[in-house]
Design a protein around this ligand. Structure first.
Ligand code: FE2
Length: 377
């Protein structure tokens, strides 16, 4: 069982949960070149070889590489011919997240409960088998063309899923200390944030845990509104953003324009040594957003005493925020695709269960400087 439980709601009763979720099972990206993407996630982000599916395993229309780092599993999938759903997805959205797979005790029951509560069908429950056992998967749509696949794998001892073989190469850069998915954020259209918060509440049994309005997180030009939905045991947290009115184009609108619809904006991954992790990522070429240097001049006045020295935080551009329960350190990459869409957050929690609201002003200004360079502000 995962140990990444934080922010456990006090009234949570597992027996009463119609949609028990153990955690994130895998994240599948549709990408235009799975082989090269796999190399990037190994080299730059420290993911490790795990599994492969493609022509050599009898798959004729797609190729997938599965990579792992601690509890994080990512799948990189490309089409092998024209006219496929995968290819159409890439044409519309660029490289991006297609599947946020959720590990469940019963994928058939999860699907039935979700459909009964109004979810849009993506994939009926199907059992897949090989000589390592069986896995049942089913799926529903969430915002845009993004889907949740329910994965029931307690009867499976294989490396990933039936149909995949072990993938090993001679080039294996070390991990960078990424441990688990802390949260994943979705961007939806203006006026649709509550629609999707209600979807997570009614269809998946989530509850809202934090909220802030556009007054909290706007600059002179751009703004967003956000609410955070969490499942009952607190292991899965999905903030939902929508654009808010500003003088110029919101970063959320920019995302929606370039992704051509709603989708996953960022994946926040946890580390227990953010200074070491970010130093390694920067040395491997990952580019991060930078806030103005004077952020660090007033940092301790804002957040109080912290364990870390300011110097490495300032050097690497790591941000700090505090809430009632503790503090957190975080940093955001620049978008990792040609389109200004998906990016990663690296986060280390030291008690804090919030998402870094105190950093949004400085961050938004940093994002606007990037938008200015792109001519999309
Ligand atoms: Fe985040």
């Amino acid at each position: 069982m995962d140990t990444n439980t934080i922010n456990l709601p006090k009234l949570y009763d597992e027996a009463q949960d119609f949609m028990p979720l153990f955690g994130t099972d895998y994240i599948e990206f549709y990408v235009s070149n799975s082989k090269q993407a796999a190399h990037f996630y190994k080299t730059a982000f420290g993911f490790q070889d795990l599994a492969y599916s493609g022509l050599e395993t009898g798959m004729s229309d797609r190729e997938s590489y599965v990579l792992v780092q601690d509890k994080i599993r990512i799948v990189l999938t490309s089409p092998l011919k024209s006219g496929t759903d995968i290819g159409k997805h890439i044409d519309a959205h660029g490289d991006g997240v297609k599947v946020v797979a959720l590990w469940v005790p019963d994928a058939t029951k999860a699907y039935d409960e979700a459909i009964k509560r109004g979810a849009k069908h993506y994939m009926s429950p199907v059992e897949e088998k090989d000589n390592h056992g069986s896995v049942v998967r089913s799926g529903i749509y969430t915002y845009g063309e993004t889907v949740h696949i329910f994965v029931e794998r307690d009867e499976y001892k294989g490396i990933f899923l039936p149909g995949y073989k072990e993938w090993k190469t001679t080039f294996n850069p070390s991990p960078v200390g990424l441990q688990y998915v802390d949260h994943m954020v979705g961007n939806v259209e203006l006026g649709e944030m509550m629609t999707w918060c209600n979807f997570y509440k009614e269809v998946l049994g989530f509850a809202q845990i934090v909220s802030f309005d556009d007054k909290d997180i706007s600059t002179e030009y751009t703004a967003l509104m956000s609410k955070v939905m969490s499942n009952g045991n607190g292991r899965i947290k999905f903030p939902i953003n929508e654009p808010a009115d500003g003088k110029k184009k919101s970063q959320i609108e920019e995302y929606l324009d370039f992704y051509e619809g709603p989708g996953v904006q960022h994946i926040a991954v946890a580390t227990d040594d953010i200074i070491g992790t970010v130093r390694e990522l920067q040395s491997r070429g990952i580019e991060f957003l930078r806030v103005p240097d004077n952020y660090y001049d007033v940092l301790l006045d804002r957040v109080g005493e912290i364990d870390e020295d300011i110097a490495p935080l300032r050097e690497l551009g790591i941000l700090v925020d505090r809430d009632d329960e503790g503090y957190l350190l975080q940093i955001f990459t620049k978008p990792i695709e040609p389109r200004p869409t998906l990016f990663f957050e690296i986060i280390q929690r030291k008690g804090a269960t919030s998402f870094g609201k105190g950093n949004f002003q400085a961050l938004f200004e940093a994002i606007e400087r990037e938008q200015e360079l792109r001519g999309t502000l």
